[in-house]
Design a protein around this ligand. Sequence first.
Ligand code: TEU
Ligand code: CA
Length: 579
Amino acid sequence: MRGRWWQEGVVYQIYPRSFRDSNGDGIGDLRGIVEKLDYIASLGVDIVWLNPIYASPNEDNGYDISDYDAIMDEFGTMADFQALLDGLHARGLRLVMDLVVNHSSDRHPWFVESRSSRTSPLRDFYIWKPGHAGGPPNNWKSVFGGPAWKLDPDSGEYYLHLFAPGQPDLNWENPELRQRVFAMMRRWFDRGIDGFRMDTINLISKDQSFRDLGADEAIISAGAPYINGPRVHEYIRAIRTEVLDRYDSMSVGECPGTTPTTALDYVGFDRRELDMLFQFELMELDYEGGDKWRHRRFALPDFKRCVERWQRALHGRGWNSVYLMNHDQPRSVSRFGDDGRWRVESARTLLMHLLSLGGTPYVYQGEEIGMTNVAFPSIGDYRDIEILNHFAEWSSSGRSIEEIMASIHRMGRDNARTPMQWDATAHAGFSAARPWIAVNQNYASINVAAAEADRNSILAFFRAMTAFRRAHPSLVYGGFELLGAEDRECFAYRREDGSEALLVALNFSPKSIERDFGRGLVPLLSTYPPSGSQGWPAPTAGTAEGGSIPGSASVSRAAASEAAGVELRPWEGIVFAAG
Ligand code: TEU
Ligand code: CA
């Protein structure tokens, strides 16, 4: 299967609260995104994914929805939404919305009704259980800390919340609930959207035994009784036939705890379920003992093998999605690159990596200008519920403030959520007022305006790279062959499809390295700007662009001398034509 728009597109993820505030209340909004539509289109991306914009009390920044058919007050109105949608479509861009139906807000009318009495007609829309031995029904824990059950004193029963208490889990066993969700999804497609990113969609079917987790079983782990549960494929096939198949749609499921094997059950071409999914194996390489707050340095060979495993397992059988960060993860340049001396070089090379993989790449706002992690001095500067809960939990366990803050600086979700850095004016040009979360102080030098003024910027390279990917479908569809699996500095792979073979060589180290990839390589694109500072040339599709990076020392040497060795400068990446 090939040629679908969501296969060939590059996705740009927008976290609306932090993108652009149009009315000076310190909170990003839909009109703010409308202001930036030309910028978004200029990136060479094809699809925009918006984090949730629905009515919400914002315990978890919109992942707690109180009305699936209304726009969050702070973000604007349905008319603003239509203006955004029309503005995207007018520029040939598609819109993918977040779908959060593993849980709703506890202020959703369904839950208000459901909790009103044990005999409420909507009681069964959520998961209510009597307590066990004077405590909760079982030992499940919430992803955000504490037990996953909350007692409702009025009815004397507990409800399940795998996330915050304000995010009660919906009961997908109930057929009426399922029909309401499908109808809601159809209403959004009828409003004109192009697809859904489905929040924790592989958690919607709970094993009805509600058995305890084993002592060494992590909350989010493959065997947990709510991960890839007994009826999940039945439910997703129903989403497919009741909703997705009726539109020219795209679907991507967020699926923690999936492996390439279990992923194929969702995204195999023969399965008729989801178009693609987000896996977490790459994101967990630097978790010590599966705990995101306990850090270990990732090893490049593990990173490479993880990428290889997914690229190869799904090739020809299903469709990959690739990402290096999102709104839940640290900044990619801080985590996988070097956000100090080699920030610019390593950010460009990470983007070359992301956009030279098979499947659909997802780029997160600010990644295109190399925004970095933030290190707020005080817990009072943080906003994320997960960070605040983690702080409380580790404080009460007696850990030092230094240790706790270090873990938050490294892994906290607010790293990704500081405002988009547009220019060097107050509040980074994000807002006229004090933003809901402070800007990263490096905005004075790291911002879109500065990047626009520099032909050699990360942003300039990103535009060259989206154009390059468009001109080379083998990057989208080709096979993946890893070279030098044990090499701890160089990440090199061949991408081959039909008539074209490309070799991608990426230096993940701060020194110059030389590697032998055989003869006949023609350099097409380097992450280092061509000398003369003219910026990267636009690729000319169909022709050999070899030598079109004039003056690039390593490149011209490799091309001219027929020597087998390729030199990569610190954090340099090069794509070669490979015969
Ligand atoms: O995330 C679900 C998830 O499993 C993880 O990404 C998790 O929230 C995070 O990594 C904790 O460390 C989704 C959304 O992306 C996230 O923003 C929401 O908070 C969560 O669901 C609940 O809706
Ligand atoms: Ca606003």
